[in-house]
Ligand binder design. Structure first.
Ligand SMILES: [Fe+2]
Length: 159
């Protein structure tokens, strides 16, 4: 079993980095969804939601960079074109969403897809003894689950 210079199985690491590229692409779609609803939101809850969506896209922006730098740490080039992002999209692309409940639902649907990708990565990173990716995924999962709860609570629903 060939190990790379950070002590991880070379083959498994490549595969993980490719999966992280899928996550990166989908995080970029999520980020752009948040920009879209930040800009286009209308109605009586405008001021609250405009600020909340900015808070979420600022956080997503930080995570996008963390994912890309993890991919580089694992020896692979992070995807960086819009074309690659849309080709890998599993997160729904929100367009012309200005109604508040539709906007919040878009966040929930996006996070549900991101969580699926992250859980699949977590399984593999565990198997590859890749603690760096492991802890990143578990932090993301915990935070996003909490955000889903809050968005669902705002909608008057449970998870
Ligand atoms: Fe803004």
């Amino acid at each position: 079993m060939a190990l790379n210079s950070i002590g991880l199985n070379t083959e498994k690491t490549k595969e993980l980095a490719n999966d992280l590229n899928t996550l990166l692409a989908n995080f970029q779609i999520y980020y752009q969804n948040l920009r879209g609803i930040h800009w286009n939101i209308k109605g009586k809850r405008f001021f609250d939601l405009h600020v909340k969506f900015e808070e979420l896209y600022t956080d997503a922006n930080v995570k996008v960079d963390e994912i890309a730098e993890r991919i580089l740490t694992l020896g692979v080039t992070p995807l960086h074109t819009f074309e690659d992002y849309t080709n890998a999209a599993k997160v729904p692309v929100g367009k012309n969403i200005s109604q508040d409940e539709k906007a919040v639902n878009l966040i929930v649907e996006s996070l549900t897809e991101l969580l699926k990708i992250e859980r699949a990565i977590l399984d593999k990173s565990d198997d590859a003894d890749d603690e760096g990716t492991n802890s990143m995924m578990s932090d993301f999962i915990t935070e996003q689950e909490k955000t889903v709860w809050m968005m669902k609570a705002w909608l008057g629903e449970t998870v």
